[in-house]
Ligand binder design. Structure first.
Ligand code: CTP
Ligand code: MG
Length: 387
């Protein structure tokens, strides 16, 4: 059974206003749309994800979804309903069994919500996330209550809305034929008109649709509070001196100094730092990931190991927060090279310079570093991961 997610993001976000449509505005450091899309892209039950966009938003879309594994986006239409229909049609060549339709402007969809919709779909042809009304309902006119309404049996419909693909495609086609589908505000309404039974699945109060500027601020507060956890990792490495080789530390070649023995550039500092990041992820060590016996890594410069470790962090939806490296040696004196080393690490990790620290110390002529037999390095890395 294949399951597709269709995420509609072809609106203009007029009620939020501003130059950039709301779905591309940054919320807690990431475009709103990325939060919505990533939840589906990361879900094990979802096989493919397609986003429906306005063609002129393509550069914003590309920036917002970089690195996520998605089908190519398709163009939406003048109404949400038309955008959904176009999205459904775009899946028709290789039709999925089931489809979850979701508003790109709802960034807080959870794995649990996705699972509840899919589980209900096993028993009914349609299922939507919804919340029973809790507040009293009034009809108002000219700022006055004119009637109290009974809220019994009333629900607020959210997305995802999940359907058997062929059913909902047929229902949308039929609605388009009637020509008044713009009046139907969600896919459950389209389904209902086609006689498809739609189950109500408990939604989530947090699964808000960003509609107004106040919602954008609420989303910001919510996501900032959900920032996840900060982890710390530690790394340590030692290489002995090997005359005749260049000395590379923190990705910087230090001219006129004795180099270190080891594969590739033997950059002891970047090895320690790579291990620190892998440590924060509890992902083993540098030897597990970059064995020198593997031709892909044999003699690769150490900055590739570090870059790959940073990619692993991003792949888990996280970010490296800061790094701190201490190089232990009697010589060379590293003070003149420290700034270049910090800059190089900041570049490799795509971090601001004030999040990168490089320090150097001696061991007062004690031990192997004191005797000038080699160089040791220690590193710590702070990593933020989603909660
Ligand atoms: N949508 C769409 N195509 C449209 C209109 C809306 O794909 N022609 C999408 C929006 O991008 C959003 C979802 O449908 O993810 C819900 O719509 P809404 O919250 O109304 O967003 P906008 O239409 O963008 O906002 P506004 O109505 O304020 O302009
Ligand atoms: Mg709209």
């Amino acid at each position: 059974m294949t399951v597709a997610a269709l995420i509609v993001a072809a609106g203009r976000g007029e009620r939020v206003g501003g130059e950039l449509p709301k779905q591309y505005r940054a919320v807690a450091g990431q475009p709103l749309l990325r939060w919505s899309v990533a939840a589906f892209a990361a879900h094990p039950s979802i096989d493919r994800v397609r986003v429906v966009i306005r063609p002129e938003d393509r550069p914003h879309y590309d920036r917002s979804t970089a690195g996520l594994s998605l089908l190519a986006p398709v163009d939406g239409g003048a109404t949400r309903c038309e955008s959904v229909r176009r999205g459904l049609e775009s899946l028709a060549d290789d039709p999925p069994d089931r489809v979850l339709i979701h508003d790109g402007a709802r960034p807080f969809v959870t794995a649990g919500l996705i699972e509840r919709c899919l589980a209900a779909l096993a028993e009914a042809p349609g299922a939507i996330a919804a919340i029973p009304l809790a507040d009293s309902l009034k009809r108002g006119a000219n700022g006055r209550v004119v009637a109290a309404l009974d809220r019994t049996g009333l629900w607020r419909a959210q997305t995802p809305q999940a359907f058997r693909y062929s059913d909902i495609l047929a229902a949308h086609r039929a609605a388009a034929g009637l020509g008044d589908e713009a009046a139907l505000s969600d896919d459950a309404a389209i389904a209902e008109r086609a006689g498809i039974e739609v189950r109500l699945v408990p939604g989530d109060e947090d699964n808000l649709k960003v509609t107004t500027p106040a919602d954008l601020r609420r989303a910001e507060r919510f996501l900032a509070g959900r920032a996840g956890e900060i982890r710390v990792g530690h790394g340590f490495d030692v290489h002995r001196f090997a005359p005749g080789r260049p000395l590379v530390l923190c990705g910087v070649t230090i001219p006129g100094e004795t180099g270190l023995a080891g594969h590739s550039d033997a950059d002891v500092a970047l090895h320690a730092l790579t291990d620190a990041i892998l440590g924060a992820l509890a992902e083993g060590d540098i030897g597990d990931h970059f064995p020198p016996t593997d031709p892909a890594w044999a003699d690769a410069p150490s900055e590739r190991f570090l870059g790959r470790a940073a990619e692993m962090v991003r792949g888990r939806g996280g970010a490296v927060v800061n790094v701190d490296v201490t190089v232990v040696c009697e010589r060379p004196k590293l003070a003149p090279h420290r700034e270049a080393m910090r800059r190089r690490i900041a570049e490799i990790l795509d971090l601001a310079l004030d999040r990168v620290s490089v320090k150097a110390t001696t061991t007062e002529r004690l031990g192997f570093t004191g005797r000038g037999e080699g160089i040791a390095a220690q590193a710590t890395a702070g990593v933020r991961l989603p909660g």
